[in-house]
Design a protein around this ligand. Structure first.
Ligand code: GLN
Length: 258
C-alpha cells in the first residue's frame, strides 16, 4: 500500500469514528453516517393498518412507512424506525428519544401546544364500529354499556366528549389490536377508531365489524416533531412531501393500500 492510499484510509477511519461519537454523545437522537447523510429516529405505532403494519417477511410497510422512506430518499437523509405504539411514540418524541413521529397522527390544537406538525398528508375522522351482528345503530343504543378506545387517541377524546350525554362507560387499552379484540369478545359493544383504519380493516376482511354512524371530527394526519426543536427535519418532510405529490409518487403510495 502506498502512502497516498494509507492517508486516504486513515481519513476514512477518522470520519467513521467521528460519526459514531456524534451518534452516542449527542443529546439529540439523530446522527450522521459516514455517507454524510443524517439519520433521524422516527417513532411510530405498532399495527395501525393501512399506515403501519408488518408484511409476511417482517418488513414494516404502510402509507406512513412508504411516505417517510420516500421523503428521506428525496431529501437525502436516513431513518431508523421504531414501532413503539402510539402513546409510547409520543412519549419518545417528548423525551428526545425520537426526532419525529409518523403514526396516523391527527393534527389537533391541543397537540400543537407540544408539537410542530408538517403539512397535512391524509384526511381522517373518527367512527364508531360494532360487531357485524350488533343491534347498535346509534350512540343512544350505548346507554349503560361499555365501549373501548385506545389511550391518547382522537377516538378516545371523541368517546369522552359524548359518554355523559349517552350514558356509556369507556374502557381504555394500549393497542388497536387489543381494542378490536375487546369488541370481538363482547367485553365492549363498540370501539372508537379512525375512519380510514376501520374502512381498510373491514374492506380487507380483517374485521367483521360495521360502522352504523357517520364519521365525526373531520381532521388530517401530520408528521410531528417536538415544538421548536426540529425545524430542519420538518422542512425536509414538507419539501419531500411536496416533491412526492408533484412526481405522482404520493398518489402511487396511497393506491397501494386502497
Ligand atoms: N389518529 C389518532 C390520533 O392521532 C390515532 C393515531 C393512532 O392510534 N396511531 O389520535
Amino acid at each position: 500500500m502506498n502512502t497516498n492510499m494509507k492517508r486516504i484510509l486513515r481519513g476514512a477511519l477518522a470520519v467513521a469514528l467521528g460519526a459514531s461519537l456524534v451518534g452516542c454523545g449527542s443529546s439529540s437522537s439523530s446522527s450522521s453516517s459516514s455517507s454524510g447523510e443524517k439519520t433521524y429516529v422516527i417513532a411510530t405505532d405498532k399495527t395501525y393498518a393501512p399506515f403501519e403494519m408488518t408484511n409476511k417477511k417482517g418488513k414494516l410497510i404502510g402509507i406512513d412507512m412508504d411516505l417517510i422512506r420516500a421523503i428521506a430518499k428525496d431529501q437525502k437523509f436516513k431513518v431508523k424506525i421504531n414501532s413503539l405504539g402510539f402513546d409510547a411514540a409520543c412519549t419518545a418524541l417528548e423525551s428526545g428519544e425520537a426526532d419525529g413521529v409518523i403514526a396516523g397522527m391527527t393534527i389537533t390544537d391541543e397537540r400543537k401546544q407540544k408539537y410542530d406538525f408538517s403539512k397535512q398528508y391524509y384526511k381522517t375522522g373518527v367512527s364508531m364500529a360494532v360487531a357485524k351482528n350488533s343491534k347498535i345503530k346509534s350512540y343512544s343504543d350505548l346507554k349503560g354499556k361499555t365501549v373501548v378506545a385506545k389511550t391518547s387517541t382522537a377516538g378516545l377524546s371523541f368517546a369522552q366528549s359524548i359518554h355523559k350525554k349517552y350514558g356509556f362507560k369507556i374502557r381504555v387499552v394500549e393497542e388497536s389490536s387489543l381494542m378490536f379484540q375487546t369488541v370481538k369478545s363482547g367485553e365492549a359493544v363498540a370501539c372508537f377508531e379512525d375512519t380510514p383504519v376501520l374502512k381498510y380493516m373491514i374492506g380487507q376482511g380483517q374485521l367483521d365489524f360495521k360502522m352504523p354512524t357517520k364519521s365525526e371530527n373531520p381532521s388530517y394526519y401530520g408528521f410531528a416533531v417536538s415544538k421548536g426543536k426540529n425545524k430542519t427535519l420538518l422542512s425536509k418532510f414538507n419539501k419531500g412531501l411536496a416533491n412526492l405529490k408533484k412526481s405522482g409518487e404520493y398518489k402511487k403510495i396511497l393506491a397501494k393500500y386502497e
